[in-house]
Design a protein around this ligand. Sequence first.
Ligand code: SER
Length: 326
Amino acid sequence: MATKEMKKILVTGAVGQIGSELTMALREKYGADNVLATGRKSAPSKELLESGPFEYIDVAQKDTVEAVIKKYEIDTVYHMAAILSAVGEDKPWLCWDVNMNGLKNVLDLGVEHELTRIFVPSSIAVWGAGAPLDMTPNETVLKPSTMYGVTKVAGELLADYYVKRFGLDCRGVRYPGIVSHETLPGGGTTDYAVAIYYEAVKQAKYTCFVREDTVLPMMYMPDAIKATIDLMEAPFENLKHWNDFNIAAMSFSVGELADSIRRVMPEFTCEYEPDFRQAIADSWPNSIDDSVARAEWGWKPAYDLDAMTDDMLTALGKKQERGLLA
Ligand code: SER
């Protein structure tokens, strides 16, 4: 498959945690007018709205996606719209509809409009019973226990099928939990790793919904953005995998996360009241082997836990001073 240029980009889920920062990074790199941000119902931030084009669409309604592909002559899609794991357990059929029908609509439009490339994100939620918990390899058993995980496994397989059957260029990574300070995550299991920093800055204490010894793979947003853009820019012929790349940056327990915060804020305290999300966290790996991504497209993270903590606390401290942390 020839590697074509990406000129007009559509970001679905652009109001979400990753989509909002990815949109800004893409606007910086490819030109603000060339990156259309879209959302379903949440209001976009002032920054997102004022920095380039924005439209409301519903990925589960194919005609709404097709309308913006035509209007903006889109050739590349970063398909970030999804229902995450915790909300997906509350609303499994909404999760199926958005994650599966939404993805199929985007892939079908990719074929019908001969799009250049589509980014199809996956997650650590693809794993469950039977997969090794430590240094989980790229190739292993995929038996998730959540609806979100089911849609992510099926999504990886579906997107790979479109590569082989229709010659559509689509790629994706299995994101770990993503930590960031611009937009809050919406209803995932790894959200505690973001909330803990917000609560540390706001009130120097946090009540965590998973146990202190819970370890999950995590990544700081700048690394997640870099992984996304780097994979999309990799020559297709270099790839032996397409939609299921493991990517790793760091793994830590909540206790270690709290300790990292206490290095900077000795007064910080954390309590633990595990809820239904504990079982989801327990079904996911502790750490990930990302050697395939390193070998095929040169993946390498920059941030470790303490570097992330320093950056998060500084950024949120500034927001607090400006009265932006309600
Ligand atoms: N952050 C996601 C979640 O917790 C995992 O991909 O649902």
